[in-house]
Design a protein around this ligand. Structure first.
Ligand code: UD1
Length: 451
Protein backbone atom coordinates (compact mmCIF):
# COMPACT_ATOMS: atom_id res chain seq x y z
CA UNK A 1 0.00 0.00 0.00
CA UNK A 2 1.62 3.35 -0.93
CA UNK A 3 1.73 5.87 1.89
CA UNK A 4 -0.73 8.66 1.21
CA UNK A 5 0.33 12.11 2.34
CA UNK A 6 -2.50 14.51 2.99
CA UNK A 7 -1.99 17.80 1.20
CA UNK A 8 -2.32 19.76 4.44
CA UNK A 9 0.57 17.72 5.94
CA UNK A 10 2.67 18.47 2.93
CA UNK A 11 2.03 22.19 2.97
CA UNK A 12 3.02 22.90 6.56
CA UNK A 13 6.29 21.06 6.20
CA UNK A 14 9.04 23.54 5.27
CA UNK A 15 10.21 23.34 1.70
CA UNK A 16 13.80 24.43 1.66
CA UNK A 17 15.08 23.15 -1.65
CA UNK A 18 16.02 25.73 -4.20
CA UNK A 19 14.85 24.62 -7.58
CA UNK A 20 17.51 26.33 -9.61
CA UNK A 21 20.29 24.02 -10.84
CA UNK A 22 21.93 23.18 -7.51
CA UNK A 23 25.34 21.92 -8.54
CA UNK A 24 26.55 24.64 -10.87
CA UNK A 25 30.27 25.08 -10.83
CA UNK A 26 30.45 28.87 -10.61
CA UNK A 27 34.01 28.86 -11.97
CA UNK A 28 32.83 27.59 -15.35
CA UNK A 29 29.60 29.60 -15.61
CA UNK A 30 29.41 32.72 -17.80
CA UNK A 31 29.54 36.11 -16.12
CA UNK A 32 28.42 39.55 -17.22
CA UNK A 33 31.02 42.30 -17.12
CA UNK A 34 29.54 45.78 -16.94
CA UNK A 35 31.42 49.08 -17.13
CA UNK A 36 29.15 51.58 -15.41
CA UNK A 37 28.65 55.29 -15.66
CA UNK A 38 27.65 55.49 -19.35
CA UNK A 39 24.52 57.17 -20.64
CA UNK A 40 22.00 55.23 -22.70
CA UNK A 41 19.87 56.42 -25.56
CA UNK A 42 17.56 55.09 -28.23
CA UNK A 43 14.55 52.80 -28.33
CA UNK A 44 14.30 49.31 -26.94
CA UNK A 45 12.00 46.62 -28.23
CA UNK A 46 9.96 44.95 -25.48
CA UNK A 47 9.43 41.20 -25.81
CA UNK A 48 6.30 39.18 -25.14
CA UNK A 49 5.42 38.61 -21.49
CA UNK A 50 7.14 35.58 -19.96
CA UNK A 51 4.41 34.98 -17.39
CA UNK A 52 1.66 35.21 -19.99
CA UNK A 53 3.42 33.01 -22.51
CA UNK A 54 4.05 30.30 -19.91
CA UNK A 55 0.43 30.11 -18.84
CA UNK A 56 -0.87 30.31 -22.41
CA UNK A 57 1.34 27.34 -23.26
CA UNK A 58 -0.31 25.47 -20.37
CA UNK A 59 -3.69 26.73 -21.61
CA UNK A 60 -3.04 25.28 -25.06
CA UNK A 61 -3.61 21.87 -23.43
CA UNK A 62 -7.30 22.74 -23.14
CA UNK A 63 -8.07 22.30 -26.81
CA UNK A 64 -7.67 19.07 -28.79
CA UNK A 65 -6.46 20.92 -31.91
CA UNK A 66 -3.54 23.16 -32.95
CA UNK A 67 -2.72 26.42 -31.20
CA UNK A 68 -0.47 29.12 -32.56
CA UNK A 69 1.14 31.49 -30.06
CA UNK A 70 3.07 34.46 -31.40
CA UNK A 71 5.29 37.01 -29.60
CA UNK A 72 6.60 34.23 -27.32
CA UNK A 73 9.95 35.34 -25.82
CA UNK A 74 12.96 33.09 -26.30
CA UNK A 75 13.87 32.25 -22.69
CA UNK A 76 15.09 29.33 -20.62
CA UNK A 77 11.72 29.14 -18.79
CA UNK A 78 9.87 28.96 -22.12
CA UNK A 79 12.21 26.21 -23.34
CA UNK A 80 11.56 24.27 -20.13
CA UNK A 81 7.81 24.61 -20.60
CA UNK A 82 8.27 23.47 -24.18
CA UNK A 83 10.09 20.36 -22.89
CA UNK A 84 7.34 19.65 -20.35
CA UNK A 85 4.56 19.89 -22.95
CA UNK A 86 6.63 17.69 -25.25
CA UNK A 87 7.05 15.10 -22.47
CA UNK A 88 3.25 15.11 -22.12
CA UNK A 89 2.95 14.32 -25.85
CA UNK A 90 2.63 17.76 -27.48
CA UNK A 91 4.30 18.41 -30.81
CA UNK A 92 5.74 21.91 -30.86
CA UNK A 93 7.25 23.71 -33.81
CA UNK A 94 9.17 26.90 -33.10
CA UNK A 95 9.54 29.49 -35.80
CA UNK A 96 11.24 32.58 -34.36
CA UNK A 97 8.92 33.88 -31.66
CA UNK A 98 5.97 31.80 -32.85
CA UNK A 99 5.07 28.39 -31.44
CA UNK A 100 2.73 25.97 -33.18
CA UNK A 101 1.47 23.58 -30.54
CA UNK A 102 -0.31 20.38 -31.46
CA UNK A 103 -1.85 18.88 -28.33
CA UNK A 104 -4.03 16.20 -29.92
CA UNK A 105 -2.26 13.31 -28.24
CA UNK A 106 -1.51 14.03 -24.62
CA UNK A 107 -0.87 11.73 -21.70
CA UNK A 108 -1.95 13.79 -18.67
CA UNK A 109 -0.05 11.62 -16.20
CA UNK A 110 3.54 11.90 -17.37
CA UNK A 111 4.79 15.36 -16.42
CA UNK A 112 8.46 14.79 -15.54
CA UNK A 113 9.58 15.67 -12.00
CA UNK A 114 12.96 17.09 -13.00
CA UNK A 115 11.43 19.67 -15.29
CA UNK A 116 8.34 20.59 -13.25
CA UNK A 117 10.51 21.11 -10.17
CA UNK A 118 12.54 23.70 -12.08
CA UNK A 119 9.57 25.66 -13.36
CA UNK A 120 6.76 26.49 -10.97
CA UNK A 121 4.47 27.76 -13.72
CA UNK A 122 4.34 24.28 -15.26
CA UNK A 123 2.29 23.13 -12.25
CA UNK A 124 -0.46 25.50 -13.44
CA UNK A 125 -1.11 22.98 -16.25
CA UNK A 126 -2.91 20.85 -13.62
CA UNK A 127 -6.19 22.72 -14.24
CA UNK A 128 -6.10 22.38 -18.02
CA UNK A 129 -5.15 18.69 -17.94
CA UNK A 130 -7.70 17.75 -15.30
CA UNK A 131 -10.60 19.50 -16.98
CA UNK A 132 -9.82 18.07 -20.43
CA UNK A 133 -8.98 14.48 -19.43
CA UNK A 134 -10.63 14.01 -16.02
CA UNK A 135 -7.32 12.80 -14.62
CA UNK A 136 -3.86 14.25 -14.04
CA UNK A 137 -0.64 13.39 -12.24
CA UNK A 138 1.86 16.19 -11.78
CA UNK A 139 4.81 16.65 -9.39
CA UNK A 140 4.59 19.32 -6.70
CA UNK A 141 6.60 22.31 -7.88
CA UNK A 142 8.60 22.58 -4.63
CA UNK A 143 10.01 25.77 -3.19
CA UNK A 144 12.10 28.35 -4.96
CA UNK A 145 14.68 31.01 -4.27
CA UNK A 146 12.13 33.64 -3.18
CA UNK A 147 9.95 31.58 -0.84
CA UNK A 148 8.18 28.28 -0.16
CA UNK A 149 5.35 29.01 -2.63
CA UNK A 150 2.74 26.41 -1.66
CA UNK A 151 -0.14 25.32 -3.93
CA UNK A 152 -2.95 24.68 -1.47
CA UNK A 153 -5.16 27.37 -3.07
CA UNK A 154 -4.96 25.58 -6.43
CA UNK A 155 -5.89 22.28 -4.81
CA UNK A 156 -8.66 23.67 -2.60
CA UNK A 157 -10.29 25.23 -5.67
CA UNK A 158 -10.06 22.01 -7.70
CA UNK A 159 -11.60 20.10 -4.79
CA UNK A 160 -14.44 22.63 -4.68
CA UNK A 161 -15.01 21.71 -8.33
CA UNK A 162 -15.46 18.10 -7.17
CA UNK A 163 -12.00 16.79 -8.08
CA UNK A 164 -10.47 14.09 -5.92
CA UNK A 165 -6.96 15.23 -5.11
CA UNK A 166 -4.27 13.53 -3.03
CA UNK A 167 -0.53 13.65 -2.79
CA UNK A 168 1.73 10.62 -2.80
CA UNK A 169 5.52 10.90 -2.74
CA UNK A 170 5.55 14.47 -3.98
CA UNK A 171 3.15 13.81 -6.86
CA UNK A 172 -0.27 15.45 -6.99
CA UNK A 173 -2.87 12.98 -8.26
CA UNK A 174 -6.27 14.31 -9.24
CA UNK A 175 -9.24 12.75 -10.95
CA UNK A 176 -12.90 13.36 -11.52
CA UNK A 177 -15.47 10.63 -11.01
CA UNK A 178 -18.75 10.16 -12.89
CA UNK A 179 -19.42 8.87 -16.36
CA UNK A 180 -18.47 12.15 -18.04
CA UNK A 181 -15.43 12.77 -15.82
CA UNK A 182 -16.30 16.45 -15.89
CA UNK A 183 -15.43 18.98 -13.21
CA UNK A 184 -18.42 20.75 -11.68
CA UNK A 185 -18.74 24.53 -11.63
CA UNK A 186 -18.36 25.96 -8.11
CA UNK A 187 -18.22 29.16 -6.10
CA UNK A 188 -14.60 29.58 -5.01
CA UNK A 189 -13.23 32.23 -2.67
CA UNK A 190 -9.44 32.53 -2.76
CA UNK A 191 -7.95 33.38 0.65
CA UNK A 192 -5.27 35.31 -1.25
CA UNK A 193 -5.47 36.61 -4.84
CA UNK A 194 -2.84 34.16 -6.09
CA UNK A 195 -1.95 34.62 -9.75
CA UNK A 196 -1.21 30.94 -10.31
CA UNK A 197 -4.29 29.66 -8.45
CA UNK A 198 -6.55 32.04 -10.39
CA UNK A 199 -5.00 30.78 -13.64
CA UNK A 200 -5.30 27.10 -12.67
CA UNK A 201 -8.94 27.48 -11.68
CA UNK A 202 -9.88 29.69 -14.62
CA UNK A 203 -8.53 27.05 -17.02
CA UNK A 204 -10.21 24.23 -15.08
CA UNK A 205 -13.55 26.05 -15.18
CA UNK A 206 -13.59 26.60 -18.96
CA UNK A 207 -14.61 22.97 -19.60
CA UNK A 208 -16.45 22.31 -16.31
CA UNK A 209 -20.17 21.61 -16.13
CA UNK A 210 -22.02 24.80 -15.13
CA UNK A 211 -20.84 28.11 -13.79
CA UNK A 212 -17.74 28.81 -11.71
CA UNK A 213 -17.28 32.03 -9.80
CA UNK A 214 -13.79 32.90 -8.54
CA UNK A 215 -13.97 35.57 -5.81
CA UNK A 216 -10.91 37.50 -4.62
CA UNK A 217 -9.31 36.53 -7.92
CA UNK A 218 -5.94 37.93 -8.99
CA UNK A 219 -6.33 40.90 -11.37
CA UNK A 220 -2.92 40.85 -13.09
CA UNK A 221 -2.79 41.63 -16.85
CA UNK A 222 -1.58 38.04 -17.40
CA UNK A 223 -4.95 36.80 -16.06
CA UNK A 224 -6.74 38.98 -18.61
CA UNK A 225 -4.44 37.66 -21.34
CA UNK A 226 -5.26 34.07 -20.35
CA UNK A 227 -8.99 34.81 -20.29
CA UNK A 228 -8.79 36.47 -23.75
CA UNK A 229 -6.86 33.46 -25.05
CA UNK A 230 -9.44 31.03 -23.65
CA UNK A 231 -12.32 33.16 -25.04
CA UNK A 232 -10.63 33.12 -28.45
CA UNK A 233 -10.81 29.30 -28.19
CA UNK A 234 -14.55 29.49 -27.41
CA UNK A 235 -14.59 29.76 -23.60
CA UNK A 236 -17.17 31.94 -21.83
CA UNK A 237 -15.49 34.16 -19.26
CA UNK A 238 -16.55 37.47 -17.71
CA UNK A 239 -14.85 39.73 -15.21
CA UNK A 240 -11.18 38.87 -15.84
CA UNK A 241 -9.14 41.81 -14.58
CA UNK A 242 -11.53 42.33 -11.65
CA UNK A 243 -11.62 40.40 -8.38
CA UNK A 244 -14.65 38.35 -9.47
CA UNK A 245 -14.35 36.11 -12.51
CA UNK A 246 -17.35 34.19 -13.82
CA UNK A 247 -16.78 31.24 -16.13
CA UNK A 248 -19.61 29.34 -17.82
CA UNK A 249 -18.25 25.93 -18.75
CA UNK A 250 -18.48 24.81 -22.39
CA UNK A 251 -18.26 21.30 -23.88
CA UNK A 252 -15.09 21.86 -25.87
CA UNK A 253 -12.65 24.49 -27.11
CA UNK A 254 -11.16 24.99 -30.54
CA UNK A 255 -7.95 26.00 -32.27
CA UNK A 256 -6.60 29.54 -31.87
CA UNK A 257 -3.97 31.93 -33.21
CA UNK A 258 -3.03 34.32 -30.40
CA UNK A 259 -0.44 37.02 -29.70
CA UNK A 260 1.10 37.32 -26.23
CA UNK A 261 0.96 40.78 -24.56
CA UNK A 262 4.19 42.78 -24.06
CA UNK A 263 6.16 42.06 -20.89
CA UNK A 264 5.36 44.76 -18.31
CA UNK A 265 8.21 43.64 -16.05
CA UNK A 266 10.80 43.81 -18.82
CA UNK A 267 9.40 47.25 -19.74
CA UNK A 268 9.58 48.37 -16.10
CA UNK A 269 13.18 47.13 -15.89
CA UNK A 270 14.14 49.29 -18.90
CA UNK A 271 12.35 52.33 -17.44
CA UNK A 272 14.55 51.89 -14.35
CA UNK A 273 17.61 51.48 -16.63
CA UNK A 274 16.86 54.95 -18.04
CA UNK A 275 16.28 56.45 -14.60
CA UNK A 276 19.38 54.92 -12.99
CA UNK A 277 21.71 56.05 -15.81
CA UNK A 278 20.00 59.49 -16.13
CA UNK A 279 19.20 58.71 -19.77
CA UNK A 280 16.28 59.39 -22.07
CA UNK A 281 15.13 56.11 -23.57
CA UNK A 282 12.00 54.99 -25.36
CA UNK A 283 10.25 51.61 -25.14
CA UNK A 284 7.85 49.89 -27.52
CA UNK A 285 5.61 48.02 -27.72
CA UNK A 286 4.09 48.41 -24.26
CA UNK A 287 0.61 48.60 -22.77
CA UNK A 288 0.94 51.73 -20.60
CA UNK A 289 -2.00 50.82 -18.27
CA UNK A 290 -0.05 47.73 -17.16
CA UNK A 291 2.76 49.99 -15.94
CA UNK A 292 0.69 52.45 -13.89
CA UNK A 293 2.14 51.55 -10.43
CA UNK A 294 5.71 51.55 -11.79
CA UNK A 295 5.28 54.86 -13.63
CA UNK A 296 3.68 56.45 -10.54
CA UNK A 297 6.74 55.57 -8.43
CA UNK A 298 9.19 56.81 -11.06
CA UNK A 299 7.31 60.11 -11.22
CA UNK A 300 7.30 60.43 -7.42
CA UNK A 301 11.05 59.90 -7.55
CA UNK A 302 11.55 62.80 -9.97
CA UNK A 303 11.44 61.20 -13.44
CA UNK A 304 8.80 61.72 -16.10
CA UNK A 305 7.30 59.04 -18.32
CA UNK A 306 5.64 60.42 -21.41
CA UNK A 307 3.51 58.62 -23.89
CA UNK A 308 4.87 58.94 -27.44
CA UNK A 309 2.02 56.84 -28.85
CA UNK A 310 -0.51 54.39 -27.46
CA UNK A 311 2.16 51.67 -27.35
CA UNK A 312 5.33 53.68 -26.86
CA UNK A 313 6.70 55.36 -23.74
CA UNK A 314 9.67 57.63 -23.13
CA UNK A 315 11.54 57.96 -19.85
CA UNK A 316 12.78 61.46 -19.06
CA UNK A 317 15.26 61.22 -16.18
CA UNK A 318 15.28 63.56 -13.18
CA UNK A 319 17.09 64.14 -9.91
CA UNK A 320 16.26 60.97 -8.00
CA UNK A 321 14.42 61.33 -4.68
CA UNK A 322 13.62 58.68 -2.07
CA UNK A 323 10.18 57.09 -1.80
CA UNK A 324 8.56 54.21 0.08
CA UNK A 325 7.32 51.12 -1.75
CA UNK A 326 5.09 48.26 -0.64
CA UNK A 327 4.70 45.30 -2.97
CA UNK A 328 1.11 44.14 -3.45
CA UNK A 329 -1.08 42.12 -5.81
CA UNK A 330 -2.02 44.03 -8.99
CA UNK A 331 -2.90 46.88 -9.33
CA UNK A 332 -0.47 47.42 -6.46
CA UNK A 333 3.26 47.74 -6.97
CA UNK A 334 4.60 44.46 -8.47
CA UNK A 335 6.92 42.29 -6.39
CA UNK A 336 8.67 41.49 -9.68
CA UNK A 337 9.89 45.14 -9.82
CA UNK A 338 10.97 45.40 -6.18
CA UNK A 339 14.64 44.48 -6.62
CA UNK A 340 15.11 46.84 -9.59
CA UNK A 341 13.64 49.75 -7.59
CA UNK A 342 15.90 48.90 -4.67
CA UNK A 343 18.89 49.43 -6.94
CA UNK A 344 17.39 52.78 -8.02
CA UNK A 345 16.57 53.92 -4.48
CA UNK A 346 20.15 53.06 -3.43
CA UNK A 347 21.36 56.15 -5.30
CA UNK A 348 18.33 58.39 -4.67
CA UNK A 349 18.52 61.30 -2.28
CA UNK A 350 17.04 60.56 1.16
CA UNK A 351 15.82 57.45 2.95
CA UNK A 352 13.27 54.97 1.65
CA UNK A 353 11.52 51.87 2.97
CA UNK A 354 10.68 48.91 0.75
CA UNK A 355 8.19 46.45 2.27
CA UNK A 356 8.00 43.07 0.53
CA UNK A 357 4.58 41.65 1.39
CA UNK A 358 4.09 39.07 -1.38
CA UNK A 359 7.05 36.68 -0.92
CA UNK A 360 8.78 35.89 2.38
CA UNK A 361 12.35 35.59 1.10
CA UNK A 362 12.75 38.20 -1.58
CA UNK A 363 15.36 40.56 -0.16
CA UNK A 364 18.46 38.48 -0.79
CA UNK A 365 19.81 41.01 -3.30
CA UNK A 366 20.39 43.43 -0.41
CA UNK A 367 23.71 41.80 0.49
CA UNK A 368 24.88 42.07 -3.12
CA UNK A 369 23.87 45.73 -3.46
CA UNK A 370 25.72 46.40 -0.19
CA UNK A 371 28.88 45.04 -1.81
CA UNK A 372 28.49 47.81 -4.36
CA UNK A 373 28.30 50.44 -1.64
CA UNK A 374 24.52 50.63 -1.10
CA UNK A 375 23.43 51.57 2.43
CA UNK A 376 20.57 49.18 3.17
CA UNK A 377 19.41 47.50 6.38
CA UNK A 378 16.86 44.72 6.52
CA UNK A 379 14.31 44.38 9.33
CA UNK A 380 11.99 41.46 8.71
CA UNK A 381 10.16 42.13 5.47
CA UNK A 382 11.34 45.76 5.32
CA UNK A 383 14.49 47.15 3.71
CA UNK A 384 15.60 50.58 4.92
CA UNK A 385 17.59 52.32 2.22
CA UNK A 386 19.67 55.42 2.77
CA UNK A 387 20.60 56.79 -0.64
CA UNK A 388 24.33 57.20 -1.39
CA UNK A 389 25.79 59.51 -4.05
CA UNK A 390 27.12 56.60 -6.10
CA UNK A 391 27.67 52.84 -6.23
CA UNK A 392 30.99 51.25 -7.07
CA UNK A 393 31.52 48.25 -9.32
CA UNK A 394 32.07 44.88 -7.58
CA UNK A 395 31.77 41.14 -8.17
CA UNK A 396 28.19 40.16 -7.26
CA UNK A 397 26.03 37.05 -7.36
CA UNK A 398 22.46 36.96 -8.67
CA UNK A 399 20.13 35.24 -6.21
CA UNK A 400 16.96 35.07 -8.30
CA UNK A 401 15.57 36.30 -11.61
CA UNK A 402 14.61 39.88 -10.75
CA UNK A 403 17.56 40.25 -8.36
CA UNK A 404 19.84 39.54 -11.32
CA UNK A 405 18.23 42.40 -13.25
CA UNK A 406 18.68 44.69 -10.25
CA UNK A 407 22.40 43.91 -10.15
CA UNK A 408 22.77 44.64 -13.86
CA UNK A 409 20.99 47.98 -13.35
CA UNK A 410 23.21 48.80 -10.37
CA UNK A 411 26.24 47.89 -12.50
CA UNK A 412 25.13 50.29 -15.25
CA UNK A 413 25.07 53.14 -12.72
CA UNK A 414 28.16 52.18 -10.71
CA UNK A 415 31.62 53.60 -11.06
CA UNK A 416 34.02 51.01 -12.48
CA UNK A 417 33.50 47.37 -13.38
CA UNK A 418 30.80 45.08 -12.02
CA UNK A 419 30.88 41.33 -12.58
CA UNK A 420 27.52 39.61 -12.25
CA UNK A 421 27.53 35.83 -11.66
CA UNK A 422 24.57 33.48 -11.53
CA UNK A 423 23.35 34.37 -15.02
CA UNK A 424 21.15 31.26 -15.21
CA UNK A 425 18.64 33.34 -13.21
CA UNK A 426 18.78 36.20 -15.73
CA UNK A 427 18.41 33.87 -18.69
CA UNK A 428 15.19 32.41 -17.24
CA UNK A 429 13.28 35.63 -17.80
CA UNK A 430 14.97 38.30 -19.95
CA UNK A 431 15.25 37.85 -23.70
CA UNK A 432 18.68 39.08 -24.83
CA UNK A 433 19.01 41.65 -22.03
CA UNK A 434 22.64 42.38 -22.73
CA UNK A 435 22.04 42.73 -26.50
CA UNK A 436 19.19 45.17 -25.86
CA UNK A 437 21.29 47.19 -23.40
CA UNK A 438 24.22 47.22 -25.84
CA UNK A 439 21.80 48.56 -28.46
CA UNK A 440 21.12 51.48 -26.10
CA UNK A 441 24.84 52.14 -25.74
CA UNK A 442 25.59 50.32 -22.47
CA UNK A 443 29.05 48.82 -22.09
CA UNK A 444 28.70 45.21 -21.02
CA UNK A 445 29.62 41.78 -22.27
CA UNK A 446 29.05 38.16 -21.38
CA UNK A 447 32.25 36.25 -20.74
CA UNK A 448 32.23 32.47 -20.92
CA UNK A 449 34.96 30.38 -19.29
CA UNK A 450 36.66 29.51 -22.61
CA UNK A 451 37.06 33.20 -23.64
C1 UD1 B 1 3.22 34.71 -10.29
C2 UD1 B 1 4.35 35.12 -11.22
C3 UD1 B 1 5.51 35.71 -10.44
C4 UD1 B 1 5.02 36.85 -9.55
C5 UD1 B 1 3.86 36.40 -8.69
C6 UD1 B 1 3.24 37.51 -7.87
C7 UD1 B 1 4.11 33.49 -13.00
C8 UD1 B 1 4.69 32.35 -13.72
N1 UD1 B 1 4.79 33.94 -11.95
O1 UD1 B 1 3.73 33.68 -9.46
O2 UD1 B 1 6.47 36.22 -11.37
O3 UD1 B 1 6.09 37.26 -8.70
O4 UD1 B 1 2.82 35.84 -9.53
O5 UD1 B 1 2.87 38.56 -8.69
O6 UD1 B 1 3.11 34.04 -13.39
N2 UD1 B 1 0.44 31.34 -2.24
C9 UD1 B 1 -0.02 30.51 -1.25
N3 UD1 B 1 -0.73 29.40 -1.62
C10 UD1 B 1 -1.00 29.10 -2.92
C11 UD1 B 1 -0.52 29.96 -3.92
C12 UD1 B 1 0.20 31.08 -3.55
O7 UD1 B 1 0.22 30.75 -0.07
O8 UD1 B 1 -1.65 28.08 -3.18
C13 UD1 B 1 1.25 32.53 -1.85
C14 UD1 B 1 2.69 32.44 -2.38
O9 UD1 B 1 3.49 31.67 -1.54
C15 UD1 B 1 3.10 33.90 -2.40
C16 UD1 B 1 1.78 34.61 -2.75
O10 UD1 B 1 0.74 33.68 -2.51
O11 UD1 B 1 3.53 34.31 -1.12
C17 UD1 B 1 1.70 35.07 -4.19
O12 UD1 B 1 1.89 33.95 -5.04
P1 UD1 B 1 1.17 33.80 -6.45
O13 UD1 B 1 0.34 35.01 -6.74
O14 UD1 B 1 0.50 32.48 -6.48
O15 UD1 B 1 2.42 33.78 -7.40
P2 UD1 B 1 2.71 32.79 -8.60
O16 UD1 B 1 1.47 32.57 -9.38
O17 UD1 B 1 3.47 31.62 -8.14
Amino acid sequence: MPRITKLEDKIISPISNITQPSVLNEETQPVLEIWGGNSLNGTVNISGAKNSALVLMAGSLLCPEDCRLSNVPDLVDIRRMNQILTALGAKITKNGNTLDIDVREINPTQAPYDLVSQLRASFFAIGALLTRFGIVRIPLPGGCAIGARPVELHVKGLRAMSANVFIDSGIVHAHVTGSKRRLQGAKIYLDYPSVGATETLLMAATLAEGETIIENAAQEPEIVDLANFCCAMGAKIRGAGTNKIIISGVESLHSVDYKVIPDRIEAGTFLVAGAITHSEISLAPVIPEHLVPVIAKLETMGCRVISESSTRLKLIPGVLKATDIETLPYPGFPTDMQAQFMALLSISEGSSVISETVFENRLRHVAELQRMGANIRVKGKHALIQGVPMLSGAPVMATDLRASAALVLAGLAAQGKTIVRGLHHLDRGYENLEGKLQGLGAKLQRITSNQ
